[in-house]
Design a protein around this ligand. Sequence first.
Ligand code: FE2
Length: 480
Amino acid sequence: MSGRSLSQDRRFLALLGRTLASEGEYAAEIEGTIPPGLRGTLYRNGPGRFERGGVRKPLLLDGDGMVQRFRIADGGVSYRNRFVRTDKYVAEEAAGAYRHATWSMRAPGGVLANIGVAKMRSQAGVTVYPAAGRLLAWDEVGLPWAVDPDSLDTIGEVSVAGPEALRVRRGKVTLKAHARFDAHSGHWMLLGVEYGPSMVLHLFVQDRDGNLLAHHSHAMPRQVYLHDFLATESHVVVLLHPLVLSPLPFVMGTASFVQCLRWRPEQGMVVAAIDKAGHDAPLLLDAPAAYMWHGLNAFRDGDSLVVDWVGFDAPDHFVGPDPALAAIMEGRQGDGRSAGTVRRMVIDLARRRLVHETVADGNFEFPSVAPGQSCRRHRFGYVNSAGCGDPFADGLARIDTVTGDVRAFHFGPGTHVGEPVLAEGEGGEAWLLAQCLDGAGERSFLAVFDAGRVEDGPVARAWCRHHLPASFHGSWVPAP
Ligand SMILES: [Fe+2]
């Protein structure tokens, strides 16, 4: 381990991994002017509790899910937060201690308590989507959990993936926390992963009401961990990057899931293009090694699939000798030198080949597009933006994927900036909403940017009364 300390002006980043125990609702303090046309609700999800009974989670990505609601209307912002009452959360609240295995932590009780593949429990703490008239909080373990869109009270587990729901619930198939919603058809796509003698991908296509339209499964040539995928009107694209899973220690109960991941760049990447209708066998193409947390968007262009994503040459901030996402839980810097760049792959389905290029250099993560362009042709993407060699962003940017133009705004090292979410108004206006953490005051704020003039900085900030822990993903729901 390097044991490097965070610099003085970056020590506040440890707040990203500090529990926020309180739940409640209040009016945020407004600085600047909330645009009158900005009306609706931003929901966010991420871990909010990182320790119990004196035991601390070893990874920033692993904690009990806390859904947040920023309701914006008439120039004001109402903030509310509530933990998702999963089975795990309720049992551990009662016990005052961790009871179950999660992504980066084994359950107490040694090997016997951890042996087997289905011992992990959902924390519903990665994404939150409005889907089929409900608000769903997702994890990568088990089924999603529905919460009330107003009170954020937990309603319960939701059955998705049709007849496979039972196997998802039992942990035989793990659904990715990211779903893809086709803006034109209303279809939403879920990706399931089943580890075994070979890794099997399950694709579920559901209509806008959540009814299963298609399910098909395909054995893949390698077993890897992946977090997101991309989709077009015709195909789903899965990047089988070389973050290889060696599941035996996990199955035997001697290691956590994350401890079983290894970066093997010499194996390159395999890109799988899967026909949504399930008629054709997946097209498998080789590509250079790179790691992807998140896809930006993809669309069909004639016989080609255009796939934009954020790629890292190595996931050293996540897996390696001293990854930053673990070190930050101890208030240290850790490793995270590999930068995320916006990349494009064009998959020629007819000629069965692939070309790739870099769209924008920099250090980006948490990409998004306008919801109305999801799975369809886009031009602009939105990302958060970090300094060179820093895994924690202090700004955000609009990327023009046609010209490569980058328009960015950086608050500076004393502020952390999360995922930018696009919110559209009725008159064609659009704003970017990003949850930010101010190091000097140890308070968080919601920053509102004019999406077309990101470089001008925020037009308004809505201040919380306290810090907010890391919140990964959000969804914007316009006011009716
Ligand atoms: Fe994610």
